[in-house]
Design a binder for this molecule. Sequence first.
Ligand code: ADP
Ligand code: MG
Length: 266
Amino acid sequence: MKVWAIANQKGGVGKTTTAVSLAGLLSQAGHRTLLMDADPHGSMSVYFGNDPDTTPGGLYQLFHDFDTLSTQSVRNIILRSNYDNIDIMPASSSMAALDRQMGTRSGMGLVFSKALGLIDEDYDFVLIDCPPLLGILMVNALAVCDELLVPVQTEFLALKGLERIVHTLHMIMQSRNEILHYTVVPTLYDRRTNASRGALEALQEQYPETLWPGVIPVDTQFREASRVGAPLSMMLPESRGALAYSKLLEYLLADNRAVSQSVVNS
Ligand code: ADP
Ligand code: MG
């Protein structure tokens, strides 16, 4: 099982779109994929037809039942999607209260690690859609992931948000005492605008080693795909957006990248 977290403390930068798009492509390639919705807003759950306001426990249950978690109890929280090889661990609105309820209980940073450890055999890939704030859910995601993807909207204000998450990441890496790979993914790129081109150049300067060398372009079909509730690669495999995510996936799956990055980071 490989665990990828998708995080940025800014909203609207393409986190959920990235999680859903990569899950679509992974599933189409035959990989058993679990999408975990760690954002209390539950956009990803809604994408697949699960309303977080009416979902009884969802991912919240992992924290509630932490002491007694078993393989079966974790499996019970997972729902099938309409697509082969994509399962969902949905969000519920109760997750918004987690920091207040559990923030100080010990062991609460390793809830995802314990839960995913119990279902290690069930999936090839787990993608965690993170909330836009640093709290217990984000800490759990960063603690368990093998790889962190940071989608960044290509506009100047978004670069500030990136600095914040990179700082958070360095703190977590120190506490994990190991190297965590992260990849910055430029999103919502519109090559006709100075703002997009300028922001991309700034990213190339500031994050030369960790920046994915491609871009995810603006493609209105993403909105249409979310309305239909399908990953874009299943709805329109030849769309610019779907092709861009498939290049990103190819890059993430290439082993040589991991080696060169760990050399850079160490
Ligand atoms: P986040 O999860 O970071 O809040 P989303 O993935 O929900 O961001 O994206 C925010 C909005 O932008 C959504 O309506 C989504 O459909 C749209 N969107 C995301 N990526 C693109 C893109 N590359 N082109 C056009 N629209 C996009
Ligand atoms: Mg989102």
